[in-house]
Design a protein. Sequence first.
Lengths: 347, 265
Amino acid sequence: MSPIFFYVSTLLVYATINAMQALGFNLQFGYGGVINLAFIVSVAVGAYGTLVAGIPSAPHQLGVETYIGGFNWAFPWDALFGLAMAILFSALLAVLVFYRLHGDYLAVAMIILASGLLVLVGNDTGLLNGQNGLAGLNSPWKSFLDSNGATYQVAFFIFCSFLLLLTWVLVARMTRGPFGRTLKAVREDVVAAASLGANPVRYKMWAFIVGGAIGGMSGVLLVLYDGAWNIGAWQLGETLVLLAAVIVGGRGRHSGAVLGSLLLMTGIVQGTKFLPNWFNASVLASLQTILVGVIVLAFMWLRPQGLLPEKLETLRSLSPSKRRTSRRRASAVNDEPTPVTVAVPVQ
Amino acid sequence: MQQIVVEARSLQHSYGGVQAVRGMDIGVGQGEMIGLIGPNGAGKSTVIECISGCVRGFSGQILLYGVDISKWSTFKIARAGLLRTFQTPRLFRRMSVLSNLMLAAEQGTVEGMGSTLLGKWRRRDAERLSQCLDVLDRFGLRAIADNAASDLSGGQERLVELCRILLSKPKVVLLDEPFAGVSPENRHRLAEAIGELRASGSTLLMVEHRLEWVERLCDRVVVMAQGREIAAGAMDEIRANEEVVLSYLGTKSHPLPSTTEGKGA
């Protein structure tokens, strides 16, 4: 396998996974109106869950690791375990949080939670091997597909794309019709929505839990691909990049989230690697951060609705037409989802 | 004896150090429309906030059809059929007028996840759309149906808010100064919408300063000042009541003209 093939295929894998994360985050933020700054934690839960299920019990590789679990399950059971943990985590968090915290208080609580967990896991607590994290996860389909080969790269990319498709269909379906309309109303004005009979907690919880599950799944995929996971992968800043991506791409619109992830996550992080060798590695990382920050500020100032703004629900969009009355199957992925969307007038 | 549909008993509420309502008893009978008037700061809007469950921490009881709803959350009270408008209209500003109405029609806010994922909502949504179109046409709003709610004038906002209430087919409606800031030509449409609510059997309580509309629309009037009721009855009785005149309608030497003489609509 040539280095270029490896680079491009790896890039594509990460691009699909980032797009999935953006869809999940946007469901919470753009549709649910919840600024979950601990989103990356749900990604980490999926990753750690998969590792804990998939690697043998401690100590594993070097003889000094300490961690819980270690069931040594094969794919897909380790992945399913990781996903289940992520869903459980999101549900637990939602139940603890939504009945009491709103808006800014919620955002702050999430930051504290993420920071606290980083400290808990990153230190010598015997939970998930501290700073060094866990490694040595077997690649999927190991028995018949060598993970160093080109076929594996292609297969994994197709696998990720398929899951991205499923994710997109799921979030598109969830946010259409009356449910999606009410979800947006709750986001716009909680009091007014409640005064019309909508239970705000119910809607936010759906967006939060499903978004968190999607985040968890992206963590599962990342760890299946990389085979390892540690503290460095789920710092607070990761969620900020996601936030930037959906703001730039267009929050409250699935295609906006995906576009934002392509431009900001894949585009900038990858694009800056091709800059001439003026900078050394550490400067490059800071440069990426600065660039992302500047772009987000520019968008917040000049075009807060993002590149792909939400659309208004109009008489025309709701009127029955041949396309709409035909049965829609789960293959309608690249379609713009049924236009139950909302406009942000140019400000 | 007419059934009392919604009532507040011994209602008391303070905002911080300010006692807004000091022991208020008010009840509205089935199909009645009551006007709640009084000077600014009398606590009228607070009464609405308490009854609709939008504020917590008041003492006293709120009863809806005899059921104690004092501890109920806002949405639960709304689902039980008690809806309200707000002093400044609370439309969903970045959604279209049509969306705002669709939310209200046919239980538009309680569609389940199962039906959403499977597409079963479509038929109900078509029904909602036809109801919304009907209302839009009746009140001459078809032209602005596709506009974002933030693009509307004050009068249009209030009208849309009322249409939203109409579509919800409520049992009880609390109106908080619906005629404030509404241009003359829209006031009649508002009155029409209110009339439709009454015709469909809803029970109404209206807080309002524009007394000509209170007189025209309401069966009975209750006057509040400084957090409690100071008079109740028909408009003429109220106008003759000295305490009301002093605190609200004007002084003896500078009485307000009777609203039934002189100026037309």
